[in-house]
Design a protein around this ligand. Structure first.
Ligand SMILES: C[S@@+](CC[C@H](N)C(=O)[O-])C[C@H]1O[C@@H](n2cnc3c(N)ncnc32)[C@H](O)[C@@H]1O
Length: 228
C-alpha cells in the first residue's frame, strides 16, 4: 500500500530533498534531446512537476502525464494546463503512437520488485526507434538478505533525511522524508540496488547509460538513459 504525502507537500519536496538536483540535471538532458514538435510521456508523473517544467522550456513539444493518484493529477492539471494529464494505472495505460521520450522519475521503486522488469519492457515498447527513455530513482546499497535490505533502506533514508534537514526543509517535508524510511524498510515502496536493477535495464533496452546525481559509494539518486 502507498503512503504518499499530500500533493502540496509533495510539490515542495523538490526544493529540499537531494532529488531536486536530479530534476535539474535531467531537465537539461531532455530539453536538449527531444526533437522539435516531439512527443513526451511521463509515466507515474505524480504532481506533474517535471513535464510542467519541460513544457515551459520546450512549448513546441506535446506532453502526456499518467498517474494512478487522482489528487496528484487534479493538482497537476491545475498547475500545468498545457499538459494532457490522465488518471490511470500505467500498466493498463497504452498509446497508439510511440514517443520520442518516455520518462519515469521516482516511479520504478513504487512498483513491486517482480513488476519492475516487465514495466521497463513496457517503457521500451513505447519508445520510437530513434527515441529514448529516461528512468530515474533513488537506489539503496546492495544487499544479500532481507535483513541487509532493511538496513540498506534505512541507510539511504537516513542520509536523505540529513540532507533534507540541512537544506532547511519545513516540517511537512521533513515528515514526508522521515516516512520514506518506514516505507522503504517495510516495503510499501520497493527500492533496490543499482547492482540488482542494471541487468533489468539491460534486458529491456539495447543501449543503457547510467548516471548519478547524489549519494556516496553504491547508493543515491541515479538516472538511466536508454534506447533501442
Ligand atoms: C514518488 S512519485 C514520483 C512522481 C514524479 N514522477 C516525480 O519524479 O516527482 C511515485 C508516483 O507513482 C504513482 N504510481 C504508483 N504506482 C502506479 C501505477 N501502477 N500506475 C500509475 N502511477 C503509479 C504514485 O501515485 C506516485 O505519484
Amino acid at each position: 500500500m502507498q503512503n504518499l504525502p499530500t500533493a502540496e507537500t509533495y510539490a515542495k519536496e523538490e526544493a529540499y530533498m537531494p532529488w531536486g538536483i536530479l530534476t535539474k540535471k535531467i531537465k537539461k538532458v531532455i530539453v536538449d534531446r527531444v526533437p522539435q514538435n516531439g512527443r513526451v510521456v511521463d509515466l507515474l508523473c505524480g504532481t506533474g512537476n517535471l513535464v510542467g517544467l519541460l513544457q515551459k522550456e520546450r512549448p513546441d513539444v506535446q506532453y502526456v502525464g499518467v498517474d494512478l493518484e487522482k489528487d496528484f493529477i487534479d493538482y497537476a492539471s491545475k498547475q500545468f494546463p498545457a499538459v494532457n494529464f490522465t488518471v490511470a494505472d500505467a500498466f493498463g495505460w497504452s498509446s497508439a503512437e510511440k514517443f520520442d521520450a518516455v520518462l519515469c522519475t521516482g516511479g520504478l521503486h513504487h512498483l513491486p520488485y517482480e513488476k519492475q522488469e516487465p514495466f521497463l519492457k513496457k517503457i521500451s515498447a513505447l519508445v520510437k526507434p530513434e527515441g529514448f527513455a529516461l528512468v530515474a530513482d533513488p537506489y539503496i546499497p546492495d544487499y544479500a538478505s532481507e535483513q541487509e535490505r532493511k538496513l540498506a533502506a534505512a541507510k539511504l533514508g537516513y542520509e536523505y533525511l540529513v540532507a533534507t534537514v540541512n537544506n532547511g526543509a519545513p516540517d511537512d517535508v521533513v515528515r514526508a522524508t522521515a516516512d520514506l524510511i518506514q516505507n522503504d524498510v517495510l516495503l510499501s515502496e520497493f527500492k533496490t540496488s543499482v547492482v540488482k536493477v542494471k541487468p533489468k535495464f539491460e534486458a529491456s533496452f539495447a543501449k543503457v547509460e547510467m548516471h548519478k546525481t547524489w549519494g556516496e559509494d553504491d547508493y543515491g539518486d541515479f538516472y538511466f538513459v536508454c534506447s533501442n
